[in-house]
Ligand binder design. Structure first.
Ligand SMILES: [Zn+2]
Length: 91
């Protein structure tokens, strides 16, 4: 979120790369941007998000990432099991 705030309008059309470490263990973190950060990525018109994963770089569309978060929230409150839009699994 801080990177987006610092970039301001310069983030428009850019790719944001995300990699980090867990503070408690120092091991790599592969977490996706949270709901709020995903919403900010869409509003800042960031074109792609590059995320470090154990398999390598994974590129995501910020709008799809935000939609997946919204799907999870809707499913959470409906009491149903979440299934990804592409049908590849549940979370
Ligand atoms: Zn966040």
């Amino acid at each position: 979120m801080n990177a987006l705030l610092q970039a301001g309008r310069a983030a428009t059309g850019c790719t944001l790369y995300l990699a980090g470490f867990k503070r408690s263990t120092g091991t790599p973190s592969y977490d996706l941007p949270c709901l709020m950060c995903s919403k900010m990525l869409v509003n800042a018109s960031v074109s792609k998000v590059g995320i470090k994963t154990p398999e390598g770089l994974r590129e995501l569309d910020p709008k799809e990432l935000y939609r997946q978060h919204l799907d999870r929230v809707i499913v959470k409150f409906s009491g149903k099991e979440y299934t990804q839009r592409d049908g590849t699994g549940t979370q």
